[in-house]
Ligand binder design. Sequence first.
Ligand SMILES: *Cc1c(COP(=O)(O)O)cnc(C)c1O
Length: 369
Amino acid sequence: MIPYLDLPAQYRGIKDEIRAAIDEVLESCQFVLGRAVAAFEQDFAAYCQARYAIGVNSGTSALHLALLAAGIGPGDQVITTPFTFVATVAAIQYTGARPVLVDIDPRSYTIDPAQIERAITPKTRALLPVHLYGQPADMGPILEIAARRGLIVIEDAAQAHGAEYKGRRAGSLGAMACFSFYPVKNLGAYGEGGAIVTSDPEYNRTLRMLRDWGMEKKYEHLLKGFNYRMEGIQGAVLGVKLRHLEAWTEARRAHAARYRELLAPAGIGIPQEMTYARHVYHVYTIRTAGRAQLQERLTEAGVQTAIHYPVPVHLQPAYADLGYHRGDFPHAEKAAGEVLSLPIFPEMTEEQIAAVAECFQTAGAAAQS
Ligand SMILES: *Cc1c(COP(=O)(O)O)cnc(C)c1O
């Protein structure tokens, strides 16, 4: 069997470091925030080429707080795409603002900057591009539109730790960027976790208060805040894993390059690394109109696959209230019906990659015959 990803294999490689780091938290009894979280925040901000990182308890919380720190609330509109994990859109609604959706560029699967301008209204306050699959959105034009129209840019970088746009890291591009450390992400905690990254001292201060009941000093509540704090054990685990992230990312990129060679003859869409991007291949998503048969074939051969995402957010029952309909975002809708994510993880072996590619050739042959 070839798993979609192999977290046990990763753990085996770092077990001693992880256990030592967790032991320190147990000895210190700093279970919430504390030294381990502060140290991780510093290292992660530097990794993202930014000044501050604020550790929180999930990527969703990071999005919620970034939007609140930007002053977004009822009556405001925030622009994002329907081809994302539902949390992006949900977090906008948590603030009381209205999500306004814009279709993707089908080459990159990220928001199409050429379609943003016509979605802007007098109520628009922010742009929330998603660096989907580990590839940054086309930030140049996005930042240009935002500057010209007086909008705040918040990156959804939940899938893009270490990704780069023209040499600049995800997390250093917008006013704020939101990361998830859900266990399967490229940098994953051993539980839930997230962070907001920014270089703005005011946002930093506000976000630190918002995650901890709006306090700077104990029992002095300057803002209406939340219990969104990062746990000490997660900070310790993330601090260890961050030291390995570049090597893991390079391994993912090497696997993607190998897939590219092996899958070239298969007659399917393979991921495009845009000229502006360092893609970190959080997911390796191919594309074919014959997805159902292909996925079945791979499953029979013992290859685990996934679909990111089978239904765009605007067609989800829970988001019918946004008022969109089938046909509103043709590129997102078509992609949702055709994308298939293949196994990719740093510990993947050459044999495993070859074995996945092998069943592609037989699947391709079967489809053609
Ligand atoms: C994972 C993810 C989130 C949410 O992160 P959680 O830590 O699961 O709350 C948000 N946006 C995107 C694009 C994601 O992939």
